[in-house]
Design a protein around this ligand. Structure first.
Ligand code: ADP
Ligand code: ASP
Ligand code: MG
Length: 474
């Protein structure tokens, strides 16, 4: 019998009565093979979006749609409770708990409407309700199946800073709290369930770890316990050569190196939250990504960097996957007067950082006459404003000619650890794009040499991903 397994269930895996019943079966099966199982749950699919949309309407002073949101939430959760909680008392108690959460949503949205704004802190309180509701529901469902289970909110496990909507965990404090709360349960053979996505500041104020952050929650909990393995249950057969929604021919990668998944996740492959990898790697915990709809499929396993995948290092073999991030803009700072002036890049990125924006890609023309970088489209205006005010003098003195932004573009990234030792990969990438009439606006190769990223116009995204996917030899 193996020791401790942390399993995270994504929104689709807990998104309906049928899905929850299937999840219950997966939990029952895991209990047979592992002496300790910890379950991390996401909100039901669509719930986090619905909660945040309700808060956004409230901030505009509109609470007319709140009643609809209330009834959608009640229907979704109550129908699963009716179908899967056999014991009447437990069912009624669970429904009352769920109602309590829905009342909290109404209260929060009314307060937001009165204030006319939704602060990041308020948005986290609202967004957390999806996971908190589902924890109550799933715990009751698991208990109904005869497995002794206790729901523990991760606000009591994961301690974070107060960076609402993208909070950073304090691993030491988290380790203490998590061990103190979960080990006694595991020792008694009780199955702990907890919420993904959320944590709390040392004062107990609810925070979230960023959208899609339940994967990260599982990694944090798995790494501090530490567990032997973390399994991420999702709606595809693991990490694939491309997003199957974009490339129907995409295939599952049975194994992927840490460095490769890190690049893929950072550059848009939604299948795994990019922050998941580091705690897993640091703690030496095994990670598997598997399909809730196809539980006997082995899915994808993470393997150490440098382990061979059995393929040769020919340029046609090294590209393993291709991914895209949409809705980016390229910002360019241009001017002959920048030539050789120290500190321009530092000031530029200081200005960008002051807006709280992170930069996924940077290129600099060798002549030093321009610096060009990508930012998410919604941040472009505030970044441009910050740069204009930071370089007011240089613009007046004409050392900087212009600071400008493109329309929406996409960053396409090809990933494969073998690139490092294989000449000719970029040649193949660019010929392929050229042959498919895709114009490349900018290029960057990570210093890790595990990926090449290129920027293309928004309309070329699908064509670029599909044509690059043809380079992947299976
Ligand atoms: P969950 O709710 O289970 O966390 P997500 O929607 O966050 O699920 O992530 C799974 C989705 O990620 C898949 O349905 C797929 O469309 C998308 N995806 C993007 N890139 C990849 C990839 N390279 N491999 C697998 N899935 C991918
Ligand atoms: N429910 C959260 C979201 O939709 C977290 C997650 O599903 O990972 O972003
Ligand atoms: Mg996800």
């Amino acid at each position: 019998m193996q020791k401790t397994l942390v399993m995270k269930f994504g929104g689709t895996s807990v998104g309906s009565s049928e899905a929850l019943s299937h999840t219950r079966q997966i939990i029952q099966d895991a209990k047979k093979n592992w002496s300790g199982v910890v379950v991390v749950t996401s909100a039901m699919s669509g719930v986090t979006n619905l909660l945040l949309a309700s808060a956004a309407s409230a901030a505009r002073g509109d609470i007319t749609s709140l009643a609809d949101a209330e009834s959608t939430l009640r229907d979704k959760h109550f129908s699963a409770a009716e179908a899967l909680i056999a014991d009447k008392n437990l069912r009624e108690r669970t429904k009352a708990d769920l109602d309590q959460m829905i009342f909290t949503l109404v209260d929060l949205c009314k307060a937001i409407a009165v204030l006319g704004e939704a602060t990041p802190r308020a948005l986290d309180a609202v967004a957390s309700l999806g996971e908190r509701m589902n924890l109550r529901l799933l715990t009751a469902i698991v208990n109904s199946s005869g497995i002794p289970a206790v729901g523990v909110e991760s606000t009591g496990l994961i301690v974070t800073n107060a960076h609402f909507q993208n909070a950073h965990p304090d691993f030491k404090a988290t380790e203490e709290k998590t061990k103190a709360a979960l080990n006694p349960l595991l020792d008694q053979g009780i199955l702990p369930l907890t919420t993904g996505f959320i944590g709390a500041t040392p004062d107990g104020v609810i925070t979230t770890l960023g959208r899609g952050g339940s994967d990260y929650s599982a990694a944090i909990i798995g790494s501090v316990l530490p567990a032997d393995e973390v399994w991420i249950w999702t709606d595809v057969d693991g990490v694939m050569t491309a997003d199957p929604r974009l490339v129907p021919a995409a295939k599952t990668l049975p194994e992927i190196q840490y460095s490769e998944i890190a690049e893929l996740a950072f550059y848009g492959a939604k299948v795994l939250h990019p922050k998941t990898i580091r705690p897993i790697l640091n703690a030496g915990v095994g990670l598997r990504i598997c399909n809730f709809f196809n539980p006997t499929h082995p899915g994808t396993r993470l393997i150490a960097n440098g382990r061979s995948n059995g393929k040769s290092n020919k340029p046609e073999d090294v590209v393993k996957a291709v991914t895209a991030i949409r809705k980016q803009r390229l910002i360019t700072i241009e001017g002959r007067g920048m030539l050789g002036v120290p500190g321009v890049a530092a000031r530029a990125f200081g200005a960008v950082a002051s807006t709280g924006t992170s930069v996924p890609l940077i290129t600099q023309a060798s002549s030093e006459q321009s610096i060009c970088f990508a930012v998410p489209s919604e941040a472009a205006k505030s970044v441009l404003d910050a740069l204009q005010s930071s370089f007011t003098h240089e613009i007046e003195d004409e050392d900087i000619d212009r600071i400008w932004s493109t329309d929406d573009v996409s960053i396409i990234t090809v990933v494969g650890a073998g690139m490092r030792h294989t000449p000719g990969v970029s040649g193949r990438v660019f010929s392929q794009l050229g042959n498919h009439d895709v114009n490349v606006l900018a290029i960057a190769q990570g210093s890790s040499e595990v990926s090449i990223s290129l920027v293309v116009e928004s309309v070329d995204t699908e064509n670029a991903v599909r044509s690059l996917h043809k380079l992947i030899v299976q």
